[in-house]
Ligand binder design. Structure first.
Ligand SMILES: [Fe+2]
Ligand SMILES: [Fe+2]
Ligand SMILES: [Fe+2]
Ligand SMILES: [Fe+2]
Length: 409
């Protein structure tokens, strides 16, 4: 079986759009519009398939540091992170763990540079990689006036504005490429009802064998971005993925099964990106209305993953983690017969992590303090007793410690 990396990246970008709306009130699909524009510019400039793949992936994820950046801002209200360049640095560092075939140095780091050197890193024309110039050009134009809102009648004015800004905002190459691709057809393809299809055809296929350990960093990146949505859960997803790996080794899964389970674990709370931070970060007990909002994260997870072709069972293992064997879980109230082994396992791992990790309303708990809570839930018919017993064995060595990230060999 194979996994489509391009589909995973597109899904992550879609989830990141939801963060932009939650934090900035910004128009949706910004990342996808930048990707579609960059793909067209890259093709216009005769880039190879690998170059295009690296450019479009970075374009889709150019603002991947948003969750981490806003958390840093919150935690260091007066610190030196409150500058534009910080999200460029974090974003670049995050994507560098992906197994690109091209050297992507500077692609995201320099996505706010201007030809006249007035960007955060003062890199004037000729000092940044071409891909960064293209992402910056597309970003600048879409931030100034979101392109999906521009009527066709204003296209000429927009184009004249770009022409007049070459060697100031836009570098010569990027400005000319932007003018070459920005026509009425392009504007139409960036609109809300067409952007999905436009992105699908813009992103070159990137396929990997599901047993390929190079998939692990991709899962790690996704988990990292989700975890930074809330200070309370900074390690939640990564620890769940690492625990899933430990359990997969305990059960002697083959390499592809292990990686698929790890990926499902990394994706299980993807929908949290769409949940307002005030609710995720409420220090006390949630009221009913807030709990209803939290519960939507799982619906978003299922929706986002169902749109990602080729994930197969991974969607179920990720999206069933709040279902219970006795039908009292959410959101679908599934029962024993609907939940396969890995769905049950994911539910147990999620509970183990939530109970053992430090939260504002409870301290970190040791293995010995965590297990009775899981046994109690199993006794009441909510989770699988045999899996709980297996976790009692496999998790014991990690009591009170963070589980290590698996190292691909
Ligand atoms: Fe940015
Ligand atoms: Fe942006
Ligand atoms: Fe969850
Ligand atoms: Fe979770």
């Amino acid at each position: 079986m194979t996994i489509r990396i391009d589909v995973l990246v597109r899904t992550l970008a879609q989830a990141l759009d939801l963060v932009e709306i939650a934090y900035l009130g910004a128009t949706s699909n910004h990342g996808r519009r930048i990707a579609v524009l960059c793909a067209a510019m890259g093709r216009h400039l005769g880039m190879s398939k690998d170059e295009l793949s690296a450019l479009v992936t970075c374009a889709l994820l150019h603002d991947n540091a948003l969750t981490e950046y806003f958390l840093l801002l919150k935690e260091n209200a007066e610190g030196d992170v409150s500058r534009l360049g910080a999200h460029c640095e974090i974003g670049q560092r995050n994507v560098e763990i992906l197994p690109f075939r091209e050297n992507i140095q500077g692609y995201i780091l320099y996505h706010h540079e201007r030809a006249d050197g007035q960007g955060p890193f003062r890199m004037s024309e000729g000092y940044c990689p071409l891909a960064a110039e293209l992402i910056a050009a597309a970003d600048m134009i879409d931030v100034a006036t979101p392109l999906h809102l521009i009527p066709l009648s204003e296209l000429e004015t927009l184009r004249r504005g770009i022409e007049g800004d070459i060697h100031q905002r836009f570098t010569g190459k990027a400005g000319e490429a932007l003018l070459a691709v920005l026509d009425g057809e392009m504007l139409a393809s960036l609109r809300g009802d067409r952007i999905e299809a436009a992105t699908t055809s813009a992103v070159p296929a990137w396929v990997m064998d599901s047993g390929d350990p190079a998939l692990l960093p991709i899962a790690e990146l996704i988990a990292h971005i989700i975890d930074y949505k809330s200070a309370f859960t900074k390690v939640h997803t990564r620890q769940i993925a690492n625990r899933a790996w430990v359990m997969a080794e305990h059960y002697d899964y083959d390499p592809a099964q292990k990686i698929k389970l790890y990926l499902a674990a990394a994706l299980h709370d993807l929908g949290k990106l769409a949940v307002p931070s005030e609710v995720l970060e409420k220090p006390g007990k949630l009221d009913q209305a807030e709990f209803e909002i939290i519960k939507t994260h799982i619906t978003y997870t299922r929706e986002l993953l169902s749109g990602a072709v080729g994930l197969g069972d991974i969607v179920e293992w990720a999206a069933n983690h709040h279902e219970k064997l006795d039908g009292r879980g959410y959101p679908l109230g599934k029962g024993e017969t609907d939940l396969d082994f890995n769905s049950r396992l994911m539910a147990c791992i999620d509970i183990y992590q939530a109970v053992s990790e430090e939260r504002p309303y409870h301290p970190r708990r040791s293995h010995a303090e965590t297990m009775p809570i899981l046994y109690d839930m199993a006794d009441k018919g909510g989770i699988d007793l045999n899996i709980v017993k297996d976790m009692d064995v496999a998790m014991a060595p990690w009591s009170g410690k963070d589980v290590e990230t698996p190292k691909p060999n």
